[in-house]
Write a protein that binds this ligand. Structure first.
Ligand code: SAH
Length: 404
């Protein structure tokens, strides 16, 4: 594979502050620039960095150097040293594939094969949509290794096409060696809208222009669950994006599904996704701000058997946590008022800065304060193709409440 020219990398040695060293011993993958107290040479993107124990001078971990990020070293190997060569990558990709095997035995051909830090490849995402592999890079560290990695991703997944997506911050810094966001780096892409299957339900995603890699795979199990609950029910899907929950509900036999989102473009995709599947329910789309749209329906005394509220991350920064909690509280209250008697309210959060414990507590307090009592049907986290290996890796939580 020759996607990019051969890029030479160096080996560096560093020592860290005591507190950072403690985190490394716990196999936390991030080393911030201010934690580095000794470094033997200046580093370039993707240089291999060995972290030595400050006192005993023995190997602690190794990682890749990122001059463009405050997370200066992304650790990939802990405890015992290893050559970071082609075999190392083959091993990581094989291990990651093994973890997804059970999912691939279901009627599903879309999955996340590499989930960054959680699969020992920080900032490296690889999602499969049928025969198309979409790689999204969040760090320059992978550029020198791309030829090796892509070769083995193709062998493992048997994909026919590889699309490269680059994060916004990556696009504005450093040498990209001719790589561009949306570049097809292997095979051909006949149509940038790719059709794929999720537990027997068809969807499409724009792999060149869609958010992230085109679609949100992390909620797959929750969407399946909503499909199972939806037979003969009316469903409201708030923050519906491309209709993930809506289409499962329609396929599951919902009589009416309303998809609400602020983006007309997302709702057009939701319509198209619904049309890919046979169903008899009525599907309506509403372009609106969620808070206003929900309040308007409450004023009209409208109710639904199932209400799903899955907003975007409200706390992208530490300083936004309180505001995010307040938004979750408002949504739980609004949602609870729109659920019919014995109906189900499903509340999700993808803000990693708001813990699952806090999110569920806020949701539950606010359902109660809206005058409804409930029983908890279940609480779920990430689907199996999003394994979690460090605290910041966990972001998704979802509560199912049956309201009296
Ligand atoms: N539930 C979706 C994913 C939601 S992503 C799924 O299962 O795939 C978040 C969505 O929220 C985006 O589509 C975005 O357009 C929408 N959004 C963001 N702010 C909004 C607001 N204030 N009101 C309504 N929708 C909003």
């Amino acid at each position: 594979m020759n996607i990019i020219p051969n890029i030479e990398t160096k080996r560096l040695a560093v020592k860290l502050r005591f507190s950072a060293e403690k985190m490394v011993k716990r196999q936390h993958p991030w080393v911030f620039s201010e934690s580095i107290i000794k470094q033997n040479a200046e580093g370039g993107a993707g240089d291999i960095v060995i972290v030595y124990d400050n006192k005993k001078n023995i190997f602690l971990a190794c990682g890749l150097y990122d001059p463009y990020s405050p997370i200066r070293i992304k650790l990939i190997q802990f405890g015992k040293s290893a050559q970071i060569n082609e075999d190392w990558f083959v091993n990581k990709i094989t291990l990651a594939f093994e973890k997804r095997k059970a999912l691939l035995e279901t009627d599903t051909n879309s999955y996340r094969l590499l989930f960054g830090e959680n699969d020992n490849l920080p900032g490296f995402i690889a999602d499969i949509y049928d025969t198309i592999l979409v790689i999204k890079l969040y760090s320059h560290i992978w550029i020198p290794y791309l030829n090796h990695i892509v070769k083995h991703l193709i062998t493992t997944t048997k994909c026919e096409t590889v699309v490269l997506r680059l994060s916004r911050s990556l696009q504005t810094k450093g040498n990209l060696y001719g790589l561009k966001d949306g570049k097809v780096i292997y095979g051909t892409l006949k149509n940038e809208v790719v059709v794929f299957k999720e537990h027997g339900v068809l969807f499409s995603a724009n792999v060149i222009h869609g958010h992230k890699t085109g679609y949100f795979l992390d909620h797959r199990h929750n969407r399946k669950r909503v499909g199972e609950l939806a037979n003969n029910k009316t469903v409201l899907d708030v923050f519906s994006y491309a209709g993930g929950f809506s289409v499962h509900a329609l396929k599951g036999g919902a009589t009416q599904v309303a998809s609400l989102d602020i983006s007309k473009q997302a709702l057009d995709m939701a319509k198209e996704n619904a049309a890919l599947n046979t169903h008899t329910g009525k599907h309506t789309i509403i372009v609106a701000d969620a808070f206003d749209g929900l309040q308007a329906w409450i004023n009209e005394k409208k109710q639904f058997d199932i209400v799903v509220i899955d907003p975007p991350s409200f706390a992208k920064r530490e300083s936004e946590i309180d505001k995010a909690k307040n938004s979750y509280a408002r949504l739980a209250k609004l949602g609870a008022k729109l659920v019919a008697r014995k109906g189900i309210l499903i509340l999700a959060s993808c803000s990693s800065r708001v813990t699952a414990e806090d999110f569920f507590a806020i949701s539950e307090e606010n359902i109660l304060s809206s005058g409804r009592t409930f029983t908890i049907l279940e609480k779920t986290y990430h689907d199996t193709d999003h394994p979690i290996s460090f605290p910041e890796g966990a972001y998704l939580k979802c509560g199912y409440y049956k309201l009296n």
